[in-house]
Design a protein around this ligand. Sequence first.
Ligand code: PMP
Length: 314
Amino acid sequence: MSILDRVGRTPLVELRNIAAGLKVPVLAKCEHLNPGGSVKDRIAVAIIQDAEQRGLLQRGATLIEATAGNTGTGLALVAAIRGYKLVCVMPEKMSHDKRTALTALGAQVIITPNRAPDHAENFQNVAARLAHENGWFLTDQFRNPANVLAHETTTGPEILEQTRGRVGAFVAGAGTGGTITGVARALKGASSAAQIVLADPMGSALAAWVHTGRPGADGAYAVEGIGASVPPQLLDRTLIDSAQSVSDEESFAMCRRLLREEGLLVGGSAGTAVVAALRIAASGLVSDPVVVLLPDSWDRYRSCAWMRAGGGPC
Ligand code: PMP
């Protein structure tokens, strides 16, 4: 057994305090309890296994990824155990805790300015260019089908088993879109009538895109790892029933409530998802429990002002 065998099979816990008195229970899928502290451990294992099976990786190879930090941490665990080197390209928006952690895990960290997807200095473009120039293996979470498949074959079936198939709605944010697309496929594949709800930061273009087919105006927001100005390739709009826009203030206040009222040691994007989930649970539109996914752990945001008090970026 290695630590990689502990990836997945995370608990589903009821938000007994925060969601008390709502029309249906709200159940939280605790992805922050994965060994690397996030949902991304699942795709790190799946992407590397897939590449190894295809014969694309030799021991000692260098992996490179464009990451908000969590995929980098998951890949660092896999790289340690399977004998790879790792380079992570991260936008400067992401917390300092994430940089420190990735460096401590032995990864080389390259910070890029916050740039739109069509700009040469955008983190995804820099990762692709460096992979090409150096012959490194781009794990490519934004395009790799193994990302979606990891959720379709693990996260989704776990939720079905833990709820005995009773899911009124599934609520999650989207960075790559892997989580929500993969879980939606698993639920719909099992003939679940669950509503699939995207939790989107205000300032992201995705909520408008879900509702109209056209991306909304994009603006700045401080929540990390979710939302986009351009829809990510793996996010399948046809599977999403609706979207909820959530402000930074609401997300961060809810994150602090999850810490203090539920003992759930999670990051800011969990706050975004739970705000959206509570709206659905209060709406009376669903009669089965609402399942919400908590993507990552608080340990990567403890230097952020919003973690300590009210508001403020990292
Ligand atoms: N929350 C955080 C903190 C993340 O880092 C990510 C991934 N970037 C997500 C949520 C969204 O997950 P996905 O990429 O599967 O859409």
